[in-house]
Design a protein around this ligand. Sequence first.
Ligand code: OFO
Length: 177
Amino acid sequence: MISEKLSKGMNDQIKNELESYYLYLSMASYFHSKSLDGMAHWMRCQAHEEMVHAMKFFDHLVDRGAQVALQDLKQIKIDWESPMEAWKDAYAHEQKISSNINDLTAVARENRDFPSEPLLNWFLDEQIEEEANASKIVDQMEMAGNDRSAVFMIDRELGARPYPTGSPLDPAAVKAA
Ligand code: OFO
């Protein structure tokens, strides 16, 4: 049986992951408004991943016989001063999520909750990748600076990220549905 403290922590993490989903969807909208459709595309793919992350915790709680209690999502940011500011926010957000996962892992260990180890180890690895991805884009944006052609090259490169098959964040999948 999962402890109440860990179950509460995982419920909180469902909210955190859904807020990530919402934040990246909002950033996608911002990038579309700036005609940076490659960046918008990357954010749509990322938003999809965040929904999957939330569902990993959701399903773990269901499988462990605990109740999922969905929470209000915080008011989302809808605008940024610049594309660079949005990417810096994304990186800072991922650092916060890593800290959430670390806290959750500490609770699981305190509670000797061995069944949650594979899930939390997956998230510990995932957060290394999430931070590295965001940090790399921030670095590239810094190198590009005010060089618009360099920013468009980054935009094009980010637009090459493949959509997960059938994702509702993929406009083509939505049209085909
Ligand atoms: Fe769920 O990894 Fe990003 O936030």
